[in-house]
Design a protein around this ligand. Structure first.
Ligand SMILES: [Zn+2]
Ligand SMILES: [Zn+2]
Length: 339
């Protein structure tokens, strides 16, 4: 007989673990009973993966490999509690050399008017599903730059979108050399009719992306990297902002772009200063200088960068006093409530 997984529910305790394990409707009903927001701890890895996969279509589900727990928030719960419907979900948080639990850094901005994908590292279609984002809600893709860890998933994504019946035009933004590289990649895969219609839309650093029906706008800035690269700032109509540095070494353009942001998702790739990349200490300096409220480190690896504890300590040593954390795959970073 299969062992019954032990589990604990923070707000509610439920005894029927085997029923949970075997029965998706029961699993869903537990999440409903818990008001759509709970953490389950002490589960086996297998059960965690099972649970995340089963629930990923209905909930925002994030998995924390450090505490081995999942956190999920249902859309219903978000509405009741006024959680901002606009948020960034991390689809991957690793460096160009992935770890077992960190794919290439890429993410998706989820808003009521649709989703905007930022880069296509890894198996993006599947990661969108796991993040609770319907890939058919994609309205645009922004490619920050052409390095392989940021564009390698593009042909697979287009192929899967078309095969699954995606019938919108996908707008793909990027600087000219990035789009040229992406087009060469697509041509090499010879997708033919098995790709959706794409509007290739070149943008330059400093340009804005504005959708007529969206309650936000996207500003861009140049980064200092080994290839032309764009940092992004998502500004809500009421003045809140989330910024993503993309790949960069510390630079004025990103520091200025991040000025006063609620959330700064910044790369922290290398243990020491290194051309084209940022160390955790330097990310802390940027966050402190920009006066952001919350710093999230991505493009990070405990193996290639440094341990998580040390990375956090380095940002503190650099003078950052706001909230700071290592980005977690499938974690969601919302703009804070309007004061
Ligand atoms: Zn990269
Ligand atoms: Zn890069």
């Amino acid at each position: 007989m299969r062992p019954v997984p032990e589990y604990a529910v923070q707000r509610n305790r439920h005894e029927d673990a085997e029923a949970v394990y075997n029965d998706l409707p029961v699993l869903r009903s537990i999440f409903e009973m818990c008001d759509g927001c709970l953490e389950i701890a002490s589960l086996s890895e297998h059960f965690l993966q099972y649970t995340i996969l089963q629930l990923s279509h209905a909930y925002h589900t994030s998995y924390d490999s450090d505490t081995i727990s999942i956190t999920t928030t249902s859309p219903r719960h978000e509405q009741r509690n006024g959680v901002d419907p606009m948020h960034m979900i991390l689809l991957g948080v690793g460096t160009a050399v992935p770890d077992a639990d960190r794919d290439y850094t890429h993410m998706v901005w989820k808003a009521p008017d649709g989703a905007v994908l930022i880069d296509t590292g890894g198996s993006t279609y599947q990661r969108l599903l796991r993040a609770g984002v319907n890939p058919h809600d994609l309205r645009a893709l922004i490619l920050t730059h052409s390095h392989a860890d940021h564009v390698n998933g593009l042909p697979g994504l287009l192929f899967s979108l078309k095969l699954s019946g995606y019938n919108r035009r996908l707008v793909i933004y990027g600087n000219a050399p990035t789009l040229a590289a992406a087009q060469r990649i697509i041509e090499a895969f010879d997708l033919g009719e098995h790709q959706p219609d794409v509007d290739w839309t070149p943008i330059e650093a400093g340009d804005e992306i504005v959708f007529d029906d969206a309650a936000y706008r996207i500003r861009t800035a140049p980064t200092v990297h080994t290839r032309p690269c764009l940092a992004l700032r998502f500004d809500s109509e009421d003045g809140r902002a989330l910024v993503y540095s993309a790949d960069t070494e510390p630079c004025d353009a990103v520091r200025n772009l991040a000025r006063g942001a609620s959330v700064l998702i910044h790369e922290a790739t290398t243990p020491e200063p290194f051309p084209g990349h940022t160390s955790p200490y330097q990310a802390g300096e940027v966050a402190a200088a920009a006066g952001v409220a919350r710093l999230v480190l991505v493009h990070y690896s405990p193996r290639w960068t440094m341990s998580a504890d040390r990375a956090i300590a380095e940002t503190r040593a650099a003078g950052f006093i706001g909230e700071v954390e290592i980005g977690r795959e499938f974690a969601s970073y919302a703009l804070p409530p309007v004061q």
